[in-house]
Write a protein that binds this ligand. Sequence first.
Ligand code: ZN
Ligand code: ZN
Length: 78
Amino acid sequence: MLEKQFNPNFVYNGIVHFYMDKKGYSKKKANEIAQAIVQREIQRRVCKNELCKHFSYDHIRNNEICLIVDCKCREFTK
Ligand SMILES: [Zn+2]
Ligand SMILES: [Zn+2]
């Protein structure tokens, strides 16, 4: 559901503003935190199958067969 709408830039900006506006962090510090969080979120959503590396939402129900044409992946690998 929301999985499909994951937008790294949108999430990134939201995190930066949160840390700057609500936590009073410097822009540099807020950017570092946002980068780390977004990287981790992206990694969590990428299939670890060497032949695949597509996002979880490219797989049926986020964990079954990959829907990308020509991809041989049969199961989302965490
Ligand atoms: Zn794939
Ligand atoms: Zn896959």
